[in-house]
Design a protein around this ligand. Structure first.
Ligand code: FES
Length: 107
């Protein structure tokens, strides 16, 4: 079961959705299959997905529709994945981007 409840009540009963496990920075979490990874993170109380490579300020969901790239993370070994557009699957590994993964970091 989810350890926190930051979900909005919606028309689809939660009971119809398939719970799956995933990790974020090594932390074991639960979400629902098919929901955007960013939604699963928010539902677990996680708002900071990465930090800005220049200012080190926290970054997370901003537009929620794939335009701003603020929600980027490494997903199953692939860098720069927009978590607001990527469906969650069971066993998915999500990690904050490291500065070496960000083109131009340190310039
Ligand atoms: S929140 Fe803007 S691209 Fe994901």
């Amino acid at each position: 079961m989810m350890t926190t409840n930051f979900r909005l009540t919606c028309a689809d009963p939660v009971e119809k959705q398939q719970p799956v496990s995933f990790t974020f920075n090594g932390q074991h979490l639960e979400g629902y299959a098919g929901e955007p990874i960013a939604v699963a993170l928010l539902a677990n109380g996680i708002k900071t997905i990465r930090t800005c490579e220049v200012t080190a300020q926290p970054r997370g969901v901003y537009c929620g529709i794939g335009h701003c790239y603020e929600c980027r993370a490494e997903v199953d070994g692939v860098s720069h994945v927009r978590t607001c557009l990527t469906p969650l699957r069971g066993g998915t590994t999500v990690s904050s981007l490291s500065s070496w993964q960000i083109e131009g970091a340190g310039r």
